[in-house]
Design a protein around this ligand. Structure first.
Ligand code: ARG
Length: 455
């Protein structure tokens, strides 16, 4: 019999039970649900709403149920609809009428909001830790590569020389913001909705601050309608994961083409690559591709929940049961991506020579030649024009700027002297960019230190 069957003359169709039920996926909230109930019932007796002995029996039995679930001893009942009613039903099955007092002053609407908030708080911390592990690996790799010159790109055309460390540190910064966003969201998740009842709170003198303290919530919600009817905290969490996935996807994309024969900047460890069933020579960057691919479903989760919530009138609507699967799926996938991606990076082999050669081609030092002329008194626009012409003639001769002779340079401009070769050497190009945020060895080392102290 359903816990809400009083008003009904007939039992539900099995199709209704199957369709309505969320136990298949919300069972993962069992721990949050039980701990939330324990705090609630503790408070009920403290407030004199139910007798102390009933409260103690309920608490003890809920702990036993928690244990039994963890040991796989419990079979959930689809007809009981969701995790909240399953647990309540099991409780009542074990201790009878006393168990029926648990739901005093509470609704599933504030209960489910509570469970989701508790669950997200835990997962935010888990994901933050996984991002941190990735950052630590990136910082290590960056430290080894502050002198590893590579080309940078705009439009995927070679731009200016930087170092591999500088490139890696760009991602360290992105992941730092991803962590910050999660921490910021955590503050808004950290608000207790319990006590909001179905939507208009309750007449019982609940001590919400007590429950908040018991469960580790920083604040108590101030509007019962809002607390049961919004899922913005889930949406912003999915937004955070989407941005994180976008960063991982961009990084994956780069790793994928760095592994290609055209680049060969890096080689993945055998343990983190795969072969082809037909082409014996292949070594494919499947992990990076799957991480890139999973970005789609994480964005999808965000869009799904945004769309579900759009136009819902206040307060709770059953549509909102659809919040769980996207949130769970995004969490599961991000938690799969981060560790494998981290280990893939940890074991990556860097082809320093290939990177250096890459930086040598494509006139990555052209800006520095223009800057050299500027330092000799030429206006930047004129210098840009002059160097453009030099580049054009070098392309025709199939040589680099460093291959021109001083005599040839002096025909371009009599201001050019022997020191030009120093000025356009790749090492100089990188290390002269020695301001905060720049790729010079000194600045990147400093950025590594700052980030190390923060992760
Ligand atoms: N399983 C429901 C959900 O996830 C719990 C809340 C049900 N509330 C209700 N009034 N039917 O949203």
């Amino acid at each position: 019999m359903k816990l809400w069957s009083g008003r009904f003359q007939k039992s539900t169709d099995t199709l209704t039970d199957d369709f309505n039920s969320s136990i298949y996926f919300d069972r993962r909230l069992y721990k949050q649900d039980i701990l939330g109930s324990i705090a609630h019932v503790k408070m009920l007796s403290k407030q004199g709403i139910i007798p102390e002995e009933d409260s103690l029996l309920i608490q003890k039995t809920l702990f036993e149920i928690l244990d039994d679930i963890e040991q796989g001893k419990i079979e959930f009942d689809v007809a009981a609809e969701d995790i909240h009613m399953n647990i309540e039903q099991i409780l009542i099955g074990r201790i009878g009428d006393t168990g029926k007092k648990l739901h005093t002053g509470r609704s599933r609407n504030d209960q489910v909001a509570l469970d989701m908030r508790m669950y997200l708080k835990e997962e935010i911390l888990n994901i933050r830790k996984l991002i941190k592990n990735l950052q630590i690996v990136l910082l290590e790799l960056a430290k080894e590569n502050t002198q590893t010159i590579m080309p940078s790109y705009t439009h995927l055309q070679k731009a200016q020389p930087i170092t591999f460390a500088h490139h890696l540190m760009a991602y360290v910064e992105m992941f730092k913001r991803d962590k910050e966003r999660l921490s910021d969201t955590f503050k808004r998740v950290n608000v207790l909705p319990l006590g909001s009842g179905a939507l208009a709170a309750t007449t019982y003198p609940l001590d919400r601050d007590f429950v908040a303290k018991e469960l580790g919530f920083e604040e108590v919600s101030l509007n019962s309608l809002d607390a049961v009817s919004d899922r913005d905290f889930c949406i912003e969490f999915l937004g955070n994961l989407s941005i994180l996935a976008m960063h991982l996807s961009r990084f994956s994309e780069e790793i994928i083409f760095w592994c290609s024969d055209e680049f060969r900047f890096v080689e993945l460890d055998d343990a983190f690559s795969t072969g082809s069933s037909i082409m014996p020579q292949k070594k494919n960057p499947d992990i990076a591709e799957l991480v890139r691919g999973k970005t789609g479903r994480i964005y999808g989760s965000l869009m799904a929940l945004l769309t579900t919530m759009k136009s819902l009138p206040l307060a709770y609507n059953k549509d909102m049961q659809e919040d769980k699967e996207p949130v769970f799926d995004a969490i599961d996938n991000v938690k799969m991506c981060l560790p494998v991606f981290t280990d893939m990076i940890r074991t990556i082999k860097v082809n320093k020579d290939k990177m250096h050669n890459g930086a040598k081609g494509g006139f990555t030092n052209a800006t520095d030649l223009a800057d050299y002329l500027v330092k000799k008194g030429v206006a930047f626009r004129d210098a840009h024009e002059i160097v453009g012409k030099v580049v054009f003639s070098c392309i025709k001769r199939n040589i680099g700027l460093e291959d021109m002779t001083l005599k040839e340079y002096r025909e371009v401009s009599p201001l050019i002297e022997e020191d030009v070769f120093q000025a356009i050497s790749l090492e100089e190009c990188v290390n002269k960019r020695n301001i905060t945020g720049g790729p010079s060895e000194e600045m990147v080392k400093r950025a590594i230190e700052i980030n190390r102290a923060m992760v």
